[in-house]
Design a protein around this ligand. Structure first.
Ligand SMILES: Nc1ncnc2c1ncn2[C@@H]1O[C@H](COP(=O)(O)O)[C@@H](OP(=O)(O)O)[C@H]1O
Ligand SMILES: [Mg+2]
Ligand SMILES: [Mg+2]
Ligand SMILES: [Mg+2]
Length: 347
């Protein structure tokens, strides 16, 4: 199956959500960053992006019934005292949809926006079709004015078959090379992939045609570049990198933009070990993983097994996520195994 219609809808939804997020990021104040019950940050862009994607997918794919597994919930938005925040989100969603002539969004109410966000309550699973959305992935990066992504994927019978990811602040050239950070001219990428058809990137702005992306062909580990999350240093990453003989320091990037960067060869390795049995959500990996695998890369856990997206909103995997190229995978798994043994971590 080619998923042409689904891909077109997903690209439209993600591009519009990215536009909304860029508007919010321009003027975001610290006081507009809310904390969820788990203390993680959330902004009008997270809620607005989820509403836009939900509304666009519903409209583009009707009469199909939409099943969406998405990060944000409306509990806090429905509480007393949230009215002004919710009005602001509704205006953002309306303005964003109005920029697409097809959408007459002028009558959109706060309730419509709440319902669109609530549409993301699906639990996913191993049967049928489910969309998986991280409306703003890397909210911490977004708040800092740095990297973040809008990631949307389609699960069919428990497997990711399509992924679209907008990285509004990612350089069109490389995420890893020294770039002029004050320049906003050459940033903004839209990555996409469908199963069996390769991975592509196009600029978010303008009408340039998509270009196929491939992972790096570098086999020299001394020169390999390695990515990790921004938020917390993970000691085992250093042990693994040392064993592999990687010379450069890790490059820290927020969000699934790490998968995107690796898929076009900016780096060869992305390691994601977490502390204290943290459970990974499928929306933090679904879009990124298909983009990387379609670009010729591999995404697996510390035992070398592919990630399993079929068990609901949490990923079912053994400790650690490894994203790399096919050629480097055996070396990395060996270094991972040895490092884990040294640190008394067991699979
Ligand atoms: N301490 C922490 N800080 C930030 N994100 C964390 C985190 N622990 C887990 N996460 C998860 O990691 C995601 C960010 O990925 P990365 O670390 O690659 O930037 C977050 O997605 P959101 O930003 O969508 O909530 C969140 O789901
Ligand atoms: Mg979050
Ligand atoms: Mg996320
Ligand atoms: Mg998020």
């Amino acid at each position: 199956m080619s998923y042409e219609k689904e891909l077109a809808a997903a690209k439209k939804a993600v591009a519009l959500a990215a536009r909304l997020s860029q508007e919010v990021q321009k003027t975001l104040l610290q006081s507009q960053v809310w904390k969820k019950s788990d203390r993680s940050p959330v902004t009008a862009a997270d809620y607005g992006s989820q509403a836009v994607v939900s509304l666009v997918l519903e409209r583009e794919l009707q009469p199909e019934k939409l099943s969406l597994v998405a990060e944000e919930e409306t509990g806090d938005l429905r509480k007393q005292g949230s009215e002004v925040f919710l009005e602001g989100i509704t205006k953002l969603v309306k303005d964003t949809l109005a920029s697409e002539e097809l959408y007459a969004a002028s009558s959109l109410s706060t309730d419509d926006v709440l319902n669109a966000i609530d549409c993301g309550k699906s639990e996913g699973g191993c049967s049928g079709c489910h969309w998986v959305l991280d409306p703003i992935d890397g909210t911490k990066g977004f708040v800092r004015g740095e990297q973040y992504a809008v990631g949307l994927a389609l699960l069919v019978e428990g497997k990711v078959v399509l992924g679209v990811m907008a990285c509004p602040n990612l350089p069109l050239a490389s995420a890893v090379c020294e770039t002029d950070k004050s320049s906003h001219a050459n940033v903004g990428c839209l990555f996409f992939a469908t199963r069996g058809s390769g991975a592509y990137v196009q600029p978010l702005k303008g009408n340039s045609p998509p270009q196929k992306v491939r992972v790096s062909s570098n086999e020299n580990l001394e020169e390999a570049k390695f990515l990790e999350s921004y938020h917390k240093p993970i000691p085992i990453h250093g042990t693994i990198a040392k064993k592999l003989g990687i010379k450069a320091l890790p490059v820290r990037i927020d969000s699934q933009a790490k998968y995107a960067a690796l898929s076009r060869g900016d780096a060869e390795i992305y390691l994601r070990f977490t502390l204290n049995g943290y459970r990974e959500y499928i929306w933090d990996h679904a879009a990124g993983s298909i983009i990387t695998t379609e670009a010729g890369g591999v995404v697996c856990d510390a035992t070398g097994k592919s990630l399993d997206f079929s068990k609901g909103k949490y990923l079912a995997h053994k400790t650690g996520i490894i994203v790399t190229t096919k050629k480097l995978k055996p070396w990395i798994l060996k270094a991972v195994r040895e490092s884990m043994e040294e640190e008394y971590l067991y699979l």
